[in-house]
Design a protein around this ligand. Structure first.
Ligand code: KPL
Length: 296
């Protein structure tokens, strides 16, 4: 009998992964927030994606079974609460994938379960929920999975087959740092100036602020011996802003909808790392505070 994969954080990306794992023939159980959600799910006992039903189960965090395989796809700010709600069910040697934006919670999860096999992941897939448990895969991307200084062969089982493009990443820390750096450059500015990503490169004032943010991020990365990209970060940030020119960043969407942003695990993480290295990052700190004022 195959062990189920539990999904903690059944939002769009969590649901996408639930379908991918089902497609791979693996049993999946969603851990949902309350009984009303479980009842709603049990009306269909599946997630609907592109006209196809992906059967799985759902349960509350308080369910009794031991969790041996877990994917954490909550927003980074919800990690501690969500994780604490299932901690007593977790096998000490569980396999865990942390698939979230930003940095900090990956290390926190590892510290909470030192004997678990914790892998980190980053995705460029886009998805949204049209209705509860009815998913739209909006943009096909790649999910990179790996563990710093470790190779877990079980990751291979999630790569062969299924409809998502998933690859092993031998340098997942660098991948997450790169994503963090781009997010530091684009997300807070779009959220404060209430603009599409593309406007950052068309407005000279926004562009010069983005360049200043990038220089600070590079200084912090270098202090940790991390070479982010072959060229300067600002070039990459401009490239991403250009190819996503018509998009509203995830942070701007959070601010507009009055939701908590992920600023603490993006710019907040960068500023904490800067403090460790004694590197001044005044522009990033200023945007951290501005966003925290609008909405944490
Ligand atoms: O990742 C992003 C986000 O919106 O969170 C992009 C579009 C790349 C901007 O940082």
């Amino acid at each position: 009998m195959k062990q189920p994969w539990y999904i903690l954080g059944a939002g769009a990306i969590g649901s996408l992964w639930a379908c991918h794992l089902t497609d791979l023939g693996l049993p999946v159980s969603l851990i949902l927030r309350n009984q009303a959600k479980v009842d709603l799910f049990q009306k269909q006992n599946s997630i609907l994606l592109a006209g196809q039903c992906y059967p799985m189960t759902a349960e509350l965090a308080s369910a009794p079974k031991t969790i041996k395989q877990l994917i954490i796809t909550t927003k980074s700010i919800d990690t501690e609460n969500a994780f604490n709600s299932i901690k007593n069910r977790l096998d000490p040697h569980a396999k865990i994938i942390v698939l979230q934006n930003g940095m900090g919670s990956q290390q926190w999860i590892q510290s909470q379960c030192p004997h678990a096999e914790v892998a980190w992941a980053s995705t460029t897939d886009g998805a949204w929920l049209k209705a509860p448990f009815n998913l739209q895969h909006a943009g096909r991307g790649v999910t990179q999975i790996g563990a710093p200084d470790q190779t877990y062969t079980w990751i291979d089982d999630l790569i062969k087959g299924g409809f998502l493009n998933v690859v092993q990443d031998k340098n997942i820390s660098l991948t997450l740092w790169r994503k963090l750096a781009i997010n530091c450059a684009i997300n807070p500015l779009t959220a404060i100036f209430d603009c599409k990503n593309g406007e950052l490169i068309n407005n000279p004032n926004y562009l010069s602020t983005m360049a200043a943010i990038c220089r600070e991020v590079e200084l912090v990365a270098h202090a940790f011996d991390i070479d982010l990209f072959d060229g300067p970060l600002i070039e990459q940030a401009c490239h991403v802003a250009e190819i996503t020119a018509e998009n509203y960043s995830s942070m701007l969407q959070d601010v507009r909808q009055g939701r908590q942003t992920e600023i603490d695990s993006i710019t907040g993480y960068l500023c904490r790392q800067a403090k460790v290295q004694n590197i001044p990052v005044p522009i990033n700190l200023a945007y951290l505070k501005k966003i925290q004022k609008v909405h944490r």
